[in-house]
Design a protein. Structure first.
Length: 74
């Protein structure tokens, strides 16, 4: 039985795929923060702020993944 050979991606292809995935984190974080702003105006300040903090955590996670995976020089 022939074993399947795995293809290796070049660094450019790997980076493009990672950008697509991390772009979703960015949109998700922004959307959650926007929903938090909506909640602040329509419901209560505390509920809105908790949604904004949740969105900020996702955006910080996004930044941490980029720094960890690609060793961005600060």
């Amino acid at each position: 039985m022939r074993s399947k050979m795995k293809r290796r991606l070049s660094e450019a292809h790997e980076f493009e795929i990672m950008k697509l995935v991390l772009d979703k984190f960015l949109w998700l974080g922004f959307g959650i923060m926007a929903y938090g702003m909506y909640q602040m105006f329509n419901d209560s300040l505390q509920i809105g702020l908790s949604w904004i903090v949740a969105g900020a955590i996702i955006l910080f996670l996004f930044t941490w993944i980029i720094v960890k995976e690609y060793e961005v020089i600060r």
